[in-house]
Design a protein around this ligand. Structure first.
Ligand code: ATP
Length: 799
């Protein structure tokens, strides 16, 4: 690193460097013309309200740059080296985007970047206890000296392909789903027998990566899909939730990238991504990215992986896209990028793999219009102009190819020399391909033989939706008997329609898990239940699509912290809409509660699949009001009938009635007396919550009315308006009630809170037997107790 770089390095802490210093540094250097992408853009913090604003994706600023306008063209002149070289020397560590900085070492790791780069592995491990102990690197130095770091950086530069540099912008680097933040894993490294992977013919590098992840054998879907994908087939993969579908397509994609890198010659200038993966939600997209990165952590050479999702800076994502090898995107944002950038679209037409994860959801009629647009755009033949663009990589390969012995090179050449895009493999994965499962519960959806969609129907459906390269893709069903995870226990708890809050609280106490996920059908319910449980001293966090992206990530982060190495004896409850139902892989979720009966049977499968993942066990409990009993039975019947097609309704009926079955849905016999002892505190908490929410809503309405009145140039006085009868009519009753709650807030909220505090501090007598008449201290119960009280209270009986 030269002296120039050293100086720039000091700009890492903007607080420590004044604007004047920066300007002086700039003056001292010869001026250079820079491209807009080469500039050191730094994110500007904007108020939360802009986070998800339509069409607003964030602000970025740059210092020490002179702007020169020549006609319609704007050029940038700056002192010092362009960003490109800065990035190579990890210069971008320096920009202190405050929200990222608040994420502690995570942001720094993202910057030291390339979780997947071997040279950075040590840096990453340095901040994460678990990885530190597992890091195979010989150097034990936590903080390398400057010289050592320089040598390391130089080595890193040599070892990495040009496009792997500057892996992530800290803002885009979520790192939320890396295993480092997961439940504390005490087990040591040990020697891992990897012989069960041998038949899949993976590269030694890949095998050592898998060993590093302690995956000693492939899951069923992995051992059946990986060979087919490596052989070049299109694959439709179906396997139960949590069965490792991500790596079933992830491993062959990375293998393919590795072999492309080996075959690549210096003359191959044009860069095209290897794979595009479509995901229905932002969180899942980030998770897949993190999963890929983990897989690549041990590779000497790793692909550049990026996610393209809403809620984060589009400009930065576009810059990442230019050099990406593996792209994971949500349809909305991806389409936004593709519809404005022909070069990106062109590049994506050259992908080798198109993956549709959670395909039944992404391809559901009318749900993701953008996904359809993307698929159409990728399949559209390029215009004559665009076609010229394809020549780059293929042509240079043709000219430069003089090694007839290299099979992979031949393959590359074969695919690209005619100027048309290379053959693309389409990979489609989900736990549910049964169209019948998608039907709404309301209406006349029936479970009968005729409307169940079997494998062949599923295939027909997919063939109509997707343009596969092969006439018939390989259909792999790794779990033909059940789409529910093996270690899952399902329970159904009947309660009064208006008693769900009470029963939710009771289940949380009686069946405590380190991480519990509660699903509701509406954003409003998430907004209400979160404070309701928080008032009861429960660690509840919200997740819904109306939250700003930063808040969504913060919630997941907090949820994940529970039981992790940093907080081993804590627990957490996430209250979510179905935005969390698909794909989320957060280890340690021991309990899923369906506060509302899911709208469709596939939602039930996926919601319940957030627990009992990867051979662990878990419990799913459905709260069910009297009116919901019939639709709920229909729903569960659908799920189980479509799995074991030979004995549909009868099988379910016997299970609910308490009959034995291999996949049993138990009716839960809860201790109702004990539940009634919780009633008072729940009622009080509800009162406090309603008052706070009404107050909040009132503030918003007031603000809106005041603004409207301002605009009209009139005085706003709510009481006057009410007195004049302006508020009468539809909705006035509700408004009056809300107003009452607001008034209550002012007059009585504090004593109510005090009363609840007192109630919560009192032990509850379980009244089960002499032996256990110790009572429950709710606070202690929730502090990391794993089902210990269950037997004592004789509660849910689901353990
Ligand atoms: N071979 C393996 N051995 C052990 N664990 C594995 C293996 N492959 C994947 N896993 C782990 O299994 C968990 C579930 O994997 P993944 O998220 O891919 O499941 P999925 O089948 O896609 O689930 P869903 O249907 O809910 O999306 C992950 O934590 C992953 O790290």
């Amino acid at each position: 690193m030269g002296p120039d770089n050293k100086k720039r390095k000091s700009s890492k802490t903007p607080a420590g460097q004044s604007k004047r210093q920066k300007t002086q540094a700039a003056k001292a250097k010869p001026k250079q013309l820079l491209s807009v992408d080469a500039l050191a853009w730094a994110r500007v913090d904007v108020p939360e309200m802009f986070n998800d604003a339509e069409g607003f994706f964030g602000l970025e600023e740059v210092h020490g740059v002179e702007i020169i306008k020549e006609g319609d063209t704007v050029k940038f002149m700056a002192a010092g080296a362009p960003k490109e070289s800065a990035a190579e020397s990890d210069e971008f560590l320096g920009f202190d985007d405050s929200p990222v900085a608040s994420e502690g070492e995570k942001g720094a790791n993202g910057n030291a970047s390339a979780a997947s780069k071997p040279a950075n592995t040590a840096a990453k491990a340095g901040s994460k206890e678990q990885q530190k102990s597992k890091d195979p690197k010989p150097s034990k130095d936590k903080k390398p000296s400057k010289d050592q770091k320089q040598t390391k950086d130089q080595k890193k530069k040599k070892a990495q392909p040009a496009n792997a540099k500057d892996q992530d912008d800290p803002e885009l680097e979520t790192d939320l789903f890396s295993k480092a933040g997961d439940l504390a894993d005490e087990s040591g490294d040990g020697d891992i027998d990897m012989s069960e992977w041998v038949s899949l013919n993976l590269s030694p590098e890949m095998l050592s990566s898998l060993a590093r992840m302690k995956f000693s054998k492939p899951t069923a879907i992995q051992s059946s899909s990986i060979p087919e994908i490596l052989e070049g087939h299109d694959v439709v993969g179906k396997a139960s939730t949590g069965s490792g579908k991500t790596l079933a397509f992830g491993i062959p994609i990375v293998e393919r990238w590795l072999s492309r890198m080996t075959a690549k010659r210096p003359s191959d200038k044009k860069h095209h991504p290897t794979a595009l993966i479509l995901s229905p939600t932002r969180e899942l997209a980030h998770q897949i990215k993190d999963h890929f990165k983990q897989l690549c952590l041990g590779l000497t050479n790793s692909p550049y992986i990026c996610s393209v999702t809403g809620g984060l800076s589009m400009q930065k994502q576009e810059r990442q896209l230019e050099k990406a090898d593996v792209i994971i995107g949500t349809p909305g944002r991806l389409w936004e990028v593709l519809s404005t950038s022909t070069s990106t679209l062109e590049s994506l037409r050259n992908i080798r793999f198109l993956v549709i994860d959670e395909a039944d959801r992404l391809l559901k009629d009318g749900l993701f219009k953008e996904a359809e647009e993307i698929l159409k755009a990728l399949d559209r033949p390029p215009t004559t102009n665009e076609r010229g663009g394809y020549g780059g990589e293929g042509a240079s390969e043709e000219e430069g190819d003089d090694d007839d012995d290299d099979e992979e090179e031949e393959e590359e050449e074969e695919e690209e020399t005619d100027g048309s895009p290379p053959r693309r493999q389409t990979l489609v994965f989900s736990a549910t391909f049964n169209k019948n499962l998608q039907q709404k519960l309301a209406g006349k959806a029936r479970v009968n033989k005729d409307n169940l969609m079997g494998d062949s129907d599923a295939m027909e459906y997919l063939l109509a939706k997707l343009n596969f390269g092969e006439e018939v893709p390989k259909f792999i069903d790794a779990n033909p008997v059940s789409q529910m995870a093996e270690g899952l226990k399902e329970g159904l708890l009947q309660c009064g329609e208006m008693e769900k809050d009470l029963y939710l609280y009771a289940v949380l106490l009686l069946q405590p898990a380190q991480r519990t996920l509660v699903f509701t059908n509406s954003i409003n319910s998430v907004r209400r239940l979160t404070p309701l449980l928080q008032n009861l001293n429960l660690p509840a966090f919200p997740l819904h699509s109306d939250m700003a992206q930063k808040a969504r990530m913060r919630s997941i982060e907090r949820f994940k912290e529970a039981g992790s190495a940093s907080a081993p004896s804590s627990s957490a409850i996430m209250i979510a809409t179905d935005v969390a139902a698909r794909g989320l892989d957060i280890p340690g979720i021991g309990l899923v509660i369906h506060y509302h009966v899911p709208r469709t049977a596939d939602d039930y499968v996926h919601r319940s699949g957030r627990t009992a993942r990867a051979s662990s066990s878990g419990i799913s409990v459905m709260l069910c009001g009297p009116k919901e009993a019939v639709p709920t039975q229909r729903l569960i019947a659908k799920v189980h009938a479509s799995a074991g097609r030979s004995s549909r309704m009868g099988r379910f009926a016997s299970k609910v009635a308490g009959g034995s079955g291999d996949h049993c849905v138990q009716t839960i016999d809860i201790d109702r007396k004990l539940v009634s002892r919780l009633r008072e505190r729940v009622a009080l908490s509800k009162k406090i919550t309603d008052a706070s929410l009404a107050k909040e809503k009132g503030h918003k309405e007031d603000a809106w009315m005041k603004a409207a009145a301002d605009e009209l140039g009139v005085e706003y006085d709510e009481d006057e308006l009410e007195g004049a009868g302006q508020w009468s009519g539809r909705g006035s009753g509700r408004r009056a009630k809300e107003k009452e709650s607001r008034t209550l807030t002012k007059a009585e909220l504090a004593p109510l809170r005090a009363a609840l505090r007192e109630m919560l501090a009192t032990r509850i007598n379980t009244g089960v037997s002499e032996k256990y008449l110790t009572g429950i201290n709710v606070e202690a119960l929730l502090r990391g107790v794993k089902g210990e009280f269950l037997g004592k209270v004789d509660g849910l009986g689901l353990e």
